[in-house]
Design a protein around this ligand. Structure first.
Ligand SMILES: C[S@@+](CC[C@H](N)C(=O)[O-])C[C@H]1O[C@@H](n2cnc3c(N)ncnc32)[C@H](O)[C@@H]1O
Length: 445
């Protein structure tokens, strides 16, 4: 196409129109705003890599239909995500995918069509032009990806109704100011929640988003199970399994509750008794605990004193079996091209080494620490090392790696958290976290 640029993401080539207006106020990086005829954000590269790996893992685990997987890249723009599914999964999986891309803009789909014609020999990609909220209902989907500008809330209801009996929903949200409580009006308006803005705010945001998805699913007699939840740069993203189950839908409240900051011994005890706090030690000062949705205490804590965030998802954020699929060997094998492919797609030979190295780096960044999280109990908490003080009287934070290793050695499998703020995931007793953090930082001096 005239003015098209040849690019590479993962192991998938793409033709995109050259950027038109570079807005200098936004500079470079994820927030860089250059407008193209079709939307494409390179900063979402990692999210698309994880989509490929998630689909691969669920095929491996036998969670997807035995026959054809009806998959919809719902707000697809150039269709790069769906194109990566069909290009990067092994042949025996990709031929089972009936991939569709929907977008409201004909010009976006025109780029998807051009890419398909040039690169997808013999593979089917069906293009759907129109408003996803109307078009999605025409089918029973097994996989839907929702990647909107800003908040996904307006799409959730029709999309969830459009699933077959079981399915996988992946949702991005770039309205992080709303989900993390820094824009209080939108937090309440869109998500019916209050969120304390601290270093855990993105973890709370993921949980607020999951609670909303769970409630909408419950309206349609469906229950959700989170498979993967990630905060990366400017966006939050959750992937959930959705199953038709009246009973599961009625039990939605089991996984929704509150997070209380600086809990009192009584609140800690309630949380421990409800099975929501694996760390025990109610008499010791701890950063937070979860409380069940209906526990009267949660309603006595005024939102104004900022000790409470929620309602939010208080269950697991990941499925450990699924996380095991996010390993380096698989990721590099599927998502990094070889020189033969680069040659075939028309990349300049002098650029091959650089392109492969760039792809490799991006792929490894996309899965960082995820596989480690599979080794800790699913009720493990996110403990941020910079926020251990004043609960542990430290001169400085311990290294997350050393703390996780010390806890694991002491018999409580723990890991460095896949979370941008330095921290660990652990279900160890608080007294042990306390003593080891102290020991590690004292022996440092
Ligand atoms: C953030 S972009 C999607 C990016 C894409 N998923 C990717 O990975 O490159 C959002 C897209 O949704 C499209 N869109 C916005 N509202 C829509 C609607 N109601 N129905 C279908 N597409 C819509 C826009 O045209 C835009 O291409």
């Amino acid at each position: 196409m005239e003015g098209a640029e040849l690019g590479l993401e993962g192991a998938t080539p793409m033709l995109l129109p050259a950027p038109e207006n570079i807005d200098e106020h936004f500079g470079r990086g994820p927030g860089a705003k250059s407008t193209r005829e079709v939307f494409h954000n390179p900063a979402m590269n990692g999210s698309r890599t994880r989509s490929v790996l998630l689909m691969h893992r669920l095929f491996e685990l036998g969670w997807l239909p035995k026959g054809t997987l009806r998959a919809l890249d719902g707000l697809g723009a150039s269709g790069i995500r769906a194109r990566r599914w069909i290009n990067e999964l092994p042949e025996e999986m990709s031929q089972r995918i009936d991939a569709h891309v929907c977008d409201i803009l004909p010009s976006s789909l025109e780029w998807a069509r051009q890419n398909q014609e040039r690169f997808e020999e013999g593979k089917t990609l069906t293009l759907i032009e129109g408003d996803l909220r109307a078009r999605v209902l025409s089918n029973g989907w097994h996989w839907i990806d929702l990647d909107p500008f800003g908040s996904p809330v307006t799409f959730l209801d029709p999309v969830i109704q459009a699933f077959a009996r079981t399915g996988i929903l992946e949702v991005s949200a770039t309205d992080s100011a709303a989900l993390t409580g820094s824009s209080k009006g939108p937090t309440m308006r869109r998500y019916g929640a209050v969120v304390r803005t601290n270093d855990w705010a993105h973890d709370s945001g993921l949980r607020v988003l999951l609670a909303n998805i769970a409630r909408v699913a419950a309206c349609h007699d469906r229950a959700i199970e989170p498979l993967l939840s990630v905060w990366e740069t400017h966006h939050l993203r959750v992937s959930v399994a959705i199953r038709r189950s009246k009973q599961g839908a009625s039990n939605v409240e089991d996984n929704i509750g509150w997070r209380v900051w600086g809990p009192t011994p009584d609140e800690l005890k309630i949380s421990i008794d409800a099975g929501l706090h694996p760390h025990g030690n109610p008499e010791q000062s701890q950063p937070f605990c979860f409380l069940p949705f209906r526990h009267p205490t949660s309603h006595n804590i005024s939102g104004k004193n900022r000790r409470i965030s929620g309602p939010m998802w208080i269950g697991a954020l990941h499925n450990s079996d699924v996380l095991l699929g996010f390993n380096e060997e698989t990721a590099l094998r599927l998502c990094v091209p070889d020189t033969e492919k680069l040659q075939r797609w028309g990349f300049d030979t002098s650029k091959h080494v650089e392109l492969i190295e760039e792809s490799r780096k991006n792929v490894l960044r996309a899965i960082r620490h995820l596989q480690e999280e599979a080794t800790v109990p699913t009720n493990a908490s996110l403990i941020l090392v910079d926020r251990l003080h004043p609960h542990v009287l430290l001169q400085g934070p311990p290294s997350p790696r050393k703390l996780a290793e010390a806890l694991t050695e002491a018999g409580h499998s723990s890991c460095v958290a896949a979370y941008p703020n330095p921290g660990i995931r652990t279900a160890a007793p608080w007294s042990l976290i306390h003593d080891l953090a102290l020991e590690l930082t004292t022996s440092k001096n």
